[in-house]
Design a protein around this ligand. Sequence first.
Ligand code: GLA
Length: 697
Amino acid sequence: MPTVLFHPDHRLWLLRGPTAAYAVRLAEDGAVRHVHWGAPITLDQAVQAGERTSPAASSFEAVAGVDELTVEGGARFGPPSLLVRFSDGTRALQWRYAGHDVDGGHLSIHLDDQHYPLRVTLHYHMHPDSDVLERWTTVRNLDAHHPVTLLRCDSATWTVPGRPHYRLSHLVGGWNSEFQLRRTEIPVAETVLTSRRGMTSHHANPWIAVDDGTATEEHGEVWSTALAWSGSWRITVHRDPVGRTTWTGGFGHEGLTWTLAPGEALDTPTVAGLYSVGGFGSASRAWHGYVRRHVLSHPDETRPVLYNSWEATGFDVDEAGQMALAARAASLGVELFVMDDGWFGARSSEHAGLGDWVPNPARFPTGLRPLASEVRRLGMRFGLWVEPEMVNPDSDLYRAHPDWVLHMANRDRTEMRHQLVLNLARPDAAEWTHSWLDRLVSKHDIDFLKWDANRPFTEAGWPGHGDPDRLWIAHTRAVYQIMDRLRADHPDLRIEACAGGGGRADLGVLARTDQVWTSDNTDPVDRIGIQHGFGQLYPAQVMGAWVTDSPNVATARRTPLRFRFHVAMAGVLGIGGDLTAWTEEELTEAAGLIATYKLIRPVVQHGTAYRLRGDGTLTGMQYVHGDDHVLLAWCPTRRFGHQPPPLRLASVDVAATYRDLESGATYPGALLRHAGLPLDLPPGDHASTLVRLRHLG
Ligand code: GLA
């Protein structure tokens, strides 16, 4: 069955996924209007839905229905997705339909301005195996002589059906506290979620979900969208007084412009939208499936257990110290050893060396080769931390190229963490960056790069450039191009996206990386909440999670090793503690837990994830892969006399029997679903458990 259907008489298009549909129509004024986003419907039903436009209630409301790309012009007063200014000062747009193309699941609808030579193409793409609809916009200046200024160019406008209430789910946070899930009634107002930092940000993530206030983890309709972009972004949710909720979103924040030269075009990033029934859990599972099948490059690969030296050494990195850590890591069963910050230039603190990507001769007298060889001799892959977009003013790079950083005439260059941002929109700076990375990866056969970015943009200017604002977009595109080029030339290279922890997690960066460093906060109690938010959109397979020392460096909280492991096992397990200080008992316990992780990781990394809510103190995850089920349950704190009740599983065949692979005990599925699995939790706070169940049929 084709994914895209067209009704020529009604000039209506219908896109169909396995369990969702999306319809738009051409209106009399030449604009494309929203018709339907929800349950599957037929073309005839879509035609009927398209005819139900409510008349204007007063002379203050004229345009009936919501445009698929809202603009300024005519009687439109909501937040525009596209704002342009032509060279004669005219700003409004008036559309004329200029045809459409269908190529497999990709529908392109072309609209021309009625007077000015400007073409806008609305793109819609659906994969046959997913309900996720990908949308983006192309704006092309067809004028041979005049530029046109884009004041705003979002990827798409989204509209949800009328409901008495609307609730917004979104992620907030900060450094060390990323991905905190918030649910709030959408006010009758414009609600802006944004990053003005040049990066996706710790503070908000470009994902939102909207429901009518009644959805739960297991029930209800949810409409959600996610932007595939790693620079600044903005999403404006508009609930109007007559009860309609729409939103527009895309790259860049307010006030940035892009001048399209004659003949030039701008493509926005993709924004993906998902309609799902079955509550927030089912929405997350649909997103996870989409990320695996259509975003990640190596979804079938099982991510290795890594060791990262950062929390163990800070900047005190040298060959002997790294070799000692590598030996311990290998003995635990670690598969990838990653040396973090401090290996290059004069980088013995935050103050100097960033940008000088040659091994520090005092720390690595004969270069990185001895360490890389030793790591490989120990049976591990070798990875390195890099921060390619940044420079310390105290560096040879900055002394040679002070003009390569973002800066503005007559303004201070604000330092954060004693560093400045390289302007990778500059072709020379981008080419230089690619070449040192390419040399580094080639020379040492680097298996893995942790690509960090530890500060936001400030004074983002480009003196001498006629259209400096475009660097906000061009920088991110240059980062993408460098990553894409490196990966094309080094097919075995894997990349972890990091920006001071989880400051750059989005569908754009995931299209060219393999995992994300979720947060610099490795405290397992805090991590439960961080991982809960992260998992709303992103699958466990990309969620980097380390076990570090106790007390935790960030929170000073003491937790048992087993609890730290059980929390980190919900993602891509890593070890980040100072292994030279771990006792023999701890090392033995850790080796056993890593071995257990290797047993469960096909289920965690490639399975289907269900969030489990216990009694308020207890939470957990259930992962299902074929007949294998893995349960992780965490109980950070307990009141006197309190024993959490059995944990009800979310995905169970009630007619089947399940065996606990550890104890051999068997459980009827009906019991697991209705009464729950009795948990063997140790007493006290920071209790956790891991259960492997097999479906016996
Ligand atoms: C960032 C990362 C950390 C570590 C440091 C090194 O904060 O998130 O994991 O790599 O930089 O400077």
